[in-house]
Design a protein around this ligand. Structure first.
Ligand code: FE2
Length: 443
C-alpha cells in the first residue's frame, strides 16, 4: 500500500491522504498532522511506518483526477507547414492542405507523430484522450496505425478513437462503407461532418448513417457538427434529436458547434431546450476555433464558438478540447489542458471565480463525462489510481498560474515529475527573492 499524502482535494476542507493499492485507489481520509497525529476519521490502520510508503507528498498542493482531452486529431498532429502552410488560416484551406499531406501518409509517420504528442499529454497529466482519425482514405492507413498506438500506450493513457470522415460520408466515394469498415476494425466512436456534406439533405443523411453504425456496433458517437460561421447550419438539432429518439443520449457528442456563435436569440432559446432534453455533450475547441472562424467576416468579426455559458446554464454538459496540436488548422500547442482552459475562460467569458473552477472541470470531470468514463475516473476507492499533483491552492489558481503537475500518477505509478519553476528576482532596494506569482494576500 502506498500513499499520496497532504493532498488538497477540490470541494473538501483540509488535507487528505489517499491510499493506492496496486493500480487502484484505496481509502481517502484526513491527513496525519506533521507530528504524526491521526485525526478523527484518519487512516488508523495500515498507516505507513516510514517515508518509503509515501509515493508522493503533495505538500498541500491540489490533487486532481487527471486531465481529459475530449477532442484532438492525432493523425494530423505535428504536420504544420507540410507540404505547405495554411496561408488563409481557414478551415477549408486546412482541409485542402491536409488532403495533400494525406497522400504521403504511412503507418510509421502516423505512429511516430501520434506517440510523440501522447508523450506530451502524459507529461502534462492528460491520461485520457479521445482522438478523431480521418477515415476518408480507401487504405485506412491512419486508422490502422492509431489502433496500434492505442494498444501500445494503454499502460499510461486511455485512448479512444473516433472514425472521422473528414471529407464527408455521403459526399465522399464509398464514405458509408469506409465508416462501417472502421467500426469493424475496432474504433470506440463513430463520427460525421454534416456541415461539410454537399447538401443539407446529405448532412442529415450522414448523421442517420453515423447513428445507425454506432447503434449496430454498440459504439459512442462524436460528430464534428456545424463548424462553420453559417447561422443556417443547424445540424446539432438533428444530432440531439437522433440521440434522444434512438436512446444514445449522453453517449453522443456534438463537437465544435461554432455556428452557435451566429444563432439568433429565439433559435438559441429553442436549442437550449432541445439539447438539454437530449442529454448529449458539447465540445468547444477555443484554441482552434478562435483562429479558424470569422475568416470570411469584415469587422465586426464573429468569435464563432459554442454558446458555452448559456449551454452550461441550461444544464448541458460542455467540455473544452485542444482539437489540433501543430497541424494545418492550428500551428501552436503543447498538449496542455490547462492552456486550453485558460483560453477557454477568455473566449467564453467565464471570468467569475466559480466559472474559472468550472473551466477546470471542463478539462477534467466534464470531459470525462464526454468520454463516458464513469467509474473508471475519479479519486475514490476501487477506481484506477490516476491523478495529478498540482502546486496550486485551487483549480482557479492552477488555471491562472498554468502550473505544470509536479507529479503525474498513472495506474499507481509515477510517470512524470516536474521540478518547481523558480524565478529569482533582483529588485532595486531589496534582496534577491523568488517570485511565484501568488498574491501576497492569498498566502
Ligand atoms: Fe476537430
Amino acid at each position: 500500500m502506498k500513499l499520496v499524502t497532504n493532498a488538497r482535494l477540490a470541494g473538501r476542507d483540509g488535507l487528505h491522504d489517499i491510499e493506492i493499492d496496486g493500480d487502484r485507489f484505496g481509502r481517502v481520509a484526513p491527513a496525519r498532522g506533521p507530528a504524526g497525529d491521526v485525526p478523527a476519521g484518519g487512516l488508523t490502520r495500515d498507516v505507513p511506518a516510514d517515508a518509503a510508503d509515501v509515493l508522493v507528498d503533495a505538500a498541500g498542493g491540489l490533487v486532481s483526477p487527471p486531465f481529459v482531452e475530449p477532442h484532438v486529431h492525432l493523425d494530423t498532429t505535428l504536420t504544420a507547414g507540410e507540404p505547405r502552410w495554411n496561408a488563409s488560416g481557414s478551415l477549408w484551406e486546412g482541409i485542402a492542405v491536409w488532403s495533400e499531406r494525406k497522400a504521403a501518409l504511412t503507418r510509421d509517420d502516423v505512429v511516430s507523430r501520434a506517440t510523440e504528442v501522447l508523450r506530451w499529454y502524459a507529461a502534462n497529466g492528460v491520461l485520457h484522450v479521445r482522438s478523431h482519425v480521418d477515415v476518408t482514405d480507401p487504405g485506412l492507413v491512419a486508422l490502422d496505425a492509431m489502433l496500434e498506438v492505442r494498444e501500445r500506450v494503454s499502460d499510461v493513457i486511455g485512448l479512444q478513437l473516433v472514425a472521422f470522415p473528414q471529407e464527408g460520408i455521403c459526399s465522399f466515394e464509398n464514405g458509408p462503407e469506409l465508416l462501417e469498415e472502421a467500426a469493424r476494425r475496432g474504433v470506440d466512436a463513430v463520427g460525421a461532418i454534416p456541415h461539410f456534406e454537399d447538401t443539407r439533405e446529405d448532412g442529415v443523411r450522414s448523421l442517420e448513417i453515423a447513428f445507425d453504425v454506432a447503434q449496430r456496433y454498440g459504439l459512442l458517437l462524436d460528430a464534428h457538427c456545424d463548424e462553420i460561421d453559417d447561422e443556417q447550419s443547424r445540424f446539432v438539432e438533428v444530432l440531439a434529436t437522433l440521440a434522444r429518439r434512438g436512446g444514445l443520449r449522453d453517449r453522443a457528442t456534438a463537437s465544435h458547434t461554432t455556428a452557435m456563435g451566429s444563432y439568433n436569440g429565439a433559435y438559441s432559446y429553442k436549442l437550449q431546450r432541445i439539447l438539454a432534453r437530449s442529454g448529449i455533450n458539447l465540445v468547444c475547441n477555443p484554441l482552434a476555433n478562435l483562429c479558424l472562424q470569422g475568416r470570411f467576416d469584415a469587422y465586426p468579426k464573429r468569435r464563432g464558438l459554442t454558446q458555452v455559458k448559456e449551454m452550461l446554464a441550461a444544464g448541458v454538459n460542455v467540455a473544452f478540447g485542444h482539437d489540433d496540436v501543430m497541424d494545418p488548422w492550428f500551428p501552436l500547442g503543447t498538449a496542455s489542458s490547462l492552456q486550453v482552459a485558460l483560453v477557454g475562460v477568455a473566449a467564453a467569458q467565464l471570468t467569475g471565480a466559480a466559472e474559472i473552477d468550472e473551466a477546470f472541470a471542463m478539462v477534467t470531470d466534464r470531459a470525462a463525462r464526454v468520454l463516458g468514463l464513469g467509474d473508471g475516473y475519479g479519486i475514490a476507492p476501487g477506481r484506477p489510481a490516476n491523478l495529478v499533483v498540482l502546486p496550486a491552492s485551487s483549480p482557479y489558481d492552477a488555471v491562472r498560474r498554468q502550473t505544470r503537475p509536479s507529479h503525474v500518477v498513472a495506474r499507481g505509478r509515477i510517470v512524470a515529475e516536474t521540478p518547481p519553476a523558480v524565478t529569482r528576482l533582483t529588485w532595486p532596494g531589496r534582496d534577491p527573492e523568488d517570485v511565484d506569482f501568488v498574491r501576497t494576500s492569498d498566502r
